[in-house]
Ligand binder design. Structure first.
Ligand code: PEP
Length: 252
């Protein structure tokens, strides 16, 4: 049995009240009432309430881009999982390479963020991926396994509830995409690691992210261990995003 595909848009730090309104309405207009894949948009925190209202009674799911590992208290600037939950957030991205790179997030912190999300009933989309230097040094498997191992270590008891996103850092926002074979190889490695950690490794969706677009989505999504996509730039253009959703829907 294969997983229902998941296409999650990562808007990153883009949008405005006006632009969000146009984008979400256009995406909703192009979505089937009951799409054959799950579709989500992960939006900047200030826009959660707006997008929650726009998507009400639609199949579009809401996601956030980060979460505090703490429950509450003196953590100025942070947003807790229970706060996200109040806005009907179903997914939260944790450990995106931009947060690891620009905010010094460690594997241990990412694991704690995943735990906080799970405790609030939110599915963490745990990002893993190697830099170009690590790939060139033949360290891809070692790096992604280390990143996932930290999350398994802390969340082993409910690891089948997470989503993993394999996002090679060299492919994010660069227009360079991993080939379907390169991506499938790493996804199979991650699946094997999950198999050792849970009786339900197939339940974990493993998304590919990194310059996924309307032209390359179908061949990536056709791979046996690629269960969907985490989509950055193309999620900001309704036509491109809807074409990726259509490609995912044809896989089911
Ligand atoms: C991302 O930011 O998660 C991403 C995959 O970006 P892009 O699709 O623009 O490479």
């Amino acid at each position: 049995m294969t997983n229902r595909k998941l296409i999650a848009g990562n808007w990153k730090m883009n949008g405005s009240v006006g632009a969000n309104d146009l984008l979400v309405r256009a995406v909703l207009a192009g979505l089937a009432p009951a799409p054959a894949c799950t579709v989500a948009v992960c939006v900047p925190a200030p826009y959660l309430a707006q997008v929650q209202m726009l998507r009400a009674n639609s199949p579009l799911e809401l996601g956030a881009q980060d979460v505090s590992p703490h429950e509450k208290g003196a953590f100025t600037g942070e947003v807790s999982a229970s706060m996200l939950r109040e806005f009907a957030v179903r997914y939260v991205i944790v450990g995106h390479s931009e947060r690891r790179q620009y905010h010094g997030e460690t594997d241990a912190l990412v694991a704690d963020k995943a735990r906080a999300a799970l405790a609030a009933g939110i599915t963490p989309i745990v990002c893993v991926g190697e830099t170009l230097a690590e790939r060139d040094a033949g360290r891809t498997e070692e790096v992604v396994k280390r990143q996932l191992a930290a999350v398994i270590h802390v969340n082993g008891h409910c690891i089948s509830e997470i989503v993993v996103a394999y996002e090679p850092v060299w492919a994010i926002g660069t227009g360079k995409t991993a080939s379907p074979e390169q991506a499938q190889h790493v996804h199979a490695v991650l699946r094997a690691q999950l198999r050792a950690a849970t009786a339900h490794p197939q339940r974990v969706s493993i998304l590919y992210g990194g310059s996924m677009n309307a032209a390359n989505a179908a061949s990536l999504l056709a791979q046996p261990d690629i269960d969907g996509g985490l989509v950055g730039g193309a999620a900001l253009k309704e036509e491109d995003f809807l074409q990726i959703v259509a490609a995912a829907s044809r896989c089911d």
